[in-house]
Design a binder for this molecule. Structure first.
Ligand code: NAD
Length: 236
């Protein structure tokens, strides 16, 4: 039986941690090895597009090699119970590869590229394999850059994410430190009546409103633990 209720998942880097993809701010996180300004800003692209392209090629290679973890798979399975909409801050495609059919990438999708010219959001190009080449060009002749929202850039999918949040009967926030804005501000736009969960090993310390139920644990364990409660809310 499928409930008519809507589950919205808002995921961050921690959702992919069990797939071996580094998070962002944890002590072994990605940015321990690279200065953010050198690889993930428009200024970095302007200064050294080859370095930025190589950095994302390396990330893309690792993401292609990674497999969805049990957390991703459990979220995909929820589609058997209700309508599930995933809003992810992640640039990997592991939610989709686990079987989630409705995924909005707030910060882009590393498997795609876009123009570095003035019309960046007009067209996205699927990258064949892991390598975006220095010679790859968009239809207007500009060099292609990764389809990733860099620090200091606008978030074109934000409005769409806001309207999705407004539909949530259940909101599951998963694996995000809620430090990156404006994305982190989204959680404040869920309805009062929405059943809200935050699943994270650091759930007890994260800055969320009082009506969130804090579920301490990794993605797979945490989602597993809330399943019985979700079924109750969905009246299944
Ligand atoms: P973050 O690194 O700031 O926070 C990660 C969170 O995940 C922390 O709260 C941590 O406690 C939690 N975590 C660690 N292991 C976990 C596990 N096994 N299960 C569940 N949670 C776990 O990440 P963020 O808040 O998403 O912000 C990072 C930004 O960097 C995002 O905007 C994202 O675009 C980008 N990013 C993406 C990826 C990716 O695509 N996989 C990876 C790194 C960074």
């Amino acid at each position: 039986m499928i409930s008519s209720k809507v589950i919205v998942v808002f995921s961050g880097a921690g959702a992919s941690a069990e797939s071996g993809i580094q998070t962002f701010r944890d002590s072994d996180g990605l940015w321990e090895e690279h200065r953010l300004e050198d690889v993930a800003t428009p200024e970095a692209w302007a200064a050294d597009p080859d370095l930025v392209t190589r950095f994302y090629n390396e990330r893309r290679k690792r993401i292609i090699e990674a497999k969805p973890n049990k957390g991703h798979l459990q979220l995909a399975e929820l589609e058997k119970m209700a309508s599930v909409k995933v809003i992810t801050q992640n640039i990997d495609d592991l939610h989709e590869r686990a079987g989630s059919s409705d995924v909005l990438h707030l910060h882009g999708n590393i498997r795609y590229s876009k123009s570095s010219g003035p019309n960046q959001e007009r067209e996205y190009y699927k990258i064949d394999g892991w390598e975006l080449k220095e010679s790859d060009r968009c239809s207007e002749g500009y060099r292609l850059r990764p389809h990733v929202v860099w620090f200091g850039e606008a978030v074109p999918a934000y409005e769409e994410a806001l309207s999705i949040l407004g539909l949530a009967d259940i909101l599951i926030v998963l694996g995000t430190s809620l430090q990156v804005y404006p994305a982190a501000g989204l959680i404040h736009y869920a309805m009062k009546a929405t059943h809200k969960y935050i699943v994270d090993p650091k759930a007890e310390t994260l800055d969320v409103p009082a009506d969130f139920i804090r579920v301490k644990g990794g993605a797979s364990e945490g989602i597993q633990n809330i399943l019985p409660e979700l079924k109750k809310v969905l009246s299944l």
